[in-house]
Design a protein around this ligand. Structure first.
Ligand SMILES: [Zn+2]
Length: 276
């Protein structure tokens, strides 16, 4: 089986989870009568206008598209890494390495949820057979594709999709990562439950998010990032879901995970769990 047909075979309709038919410019769901367009090899599974979403975070999608232009550049990751060094937190590279080593299964299928410009997706791709990166921002996904191609990485597919409606069949992934996004999802349990659905039994999930007691530090980080940070507004800050450990433990057991283990680094928590 060629890489291309393998990649194509893994997508299903995010709504009804039925298989999709190839059209010249998209993937078509016969049951729902919906065509998901393919632009620059990125399948767009998000059919609603997110700028009109009820979620204040999803409404920031335009700002994420803008942020994509400077992400991984000196002004964003540079500032982030300087801040992390000051606060004695792991760097973005260190986080990516920890998460990759936690979930990567040799010859396995990987998924990076809310992949942004694909920093962790690329790291996972070095250890797995094929990796999917999904995000809601086409701007981020465009950059992610550019960076992957620039690095000569061919075993990654990027798609635009909501975490609550992943375009994959159940029980296919050997490892899943989600970095810097769980606190942004409108419904944590729904997001975790959908990630759990697409994972094989025994597969690992690694997540980096933020804890409740980290709010003052997070506010300081957001101030330092200034205008380039789309989450810095009072409304966005209000919408962030910061966690405590017991709460995460509860969500994970409710959504089919076991073996919750975590480390807290300042405002951040890095945890992993296994699909039961
Ligand atoms: Zn469908």
């Amino acid at each position: 089986m060629s890489t291309k047909s393998l990649k194509d075979n893994n997508y299903v309709c995010p709504v009804c989870k039925q298989s999709l038919t190839h059209k010249p410019h998209g993937l078509f769901c016969q049951k729902d009568g919906v065509e998901y367009p393919i632009k620059n090899s990125i399948v767009d599974f998000v059919t609603e206008d997110l700028t009109k979403s009820t979620s204040p975070v999803l409404r920031l999608v335009d700002k994420l598209d803008e942020l994509a232009k400077i992400y991984e550049g000196p002004s964003w990751y540079g500032t982030m890494d300087k801040l992390k060094a000051e606060l004695n937190l792991p760097s973005i590279q260190e986080m990516a390495t920890i998460m990759t080593n936690t979930v990567a299964a040799k010859d396995g299928l990987g998924l990076d949820v809310a992949c942004g410009t694909g920093f962790i997706t690329r790291s996972l791709a070095q250890k797995m057979r094929l990796v999917y990166g999904i995000d809601i921002s086409m701007g981020m996904l465009g950059k992610a594709t550019e960076y992957a191609q620039g690095n000569g990485i061919e075993n990654i597919c990027f798609a635009r999709a909501n975490v609550e409606r992943l375009p994959f069949p159940g029980g296919v992934f050997d490892g899943v990562t989600c970095s810097g996004a769980l606190h942004l999802f409108p419904d944590t349990a729904e997001a975790l439950s959908e990630m759990s659905r697409v994972m094989k039994s025994g597969a690992r999930l690694a997540v980096q998010t933020f804890v409740k007691q980290g709010l003052p530090t997070l506010k300081m980080i957001f101030e330092r990032l200034g205008a380039s940070n789309p989450f810095g507004s009072a409304e966005a800050l209000e919408a962030l879901h910061l966690f405590d450990v017991e709460e995460l433990d509860m969500y994970l057991s409710q959504t089919g995970f076991r073996g919750f283990e975590y480390n807290i680094y300042g405002p951040a928590i890095l945890f992993h769990a296994e699909k039961g």
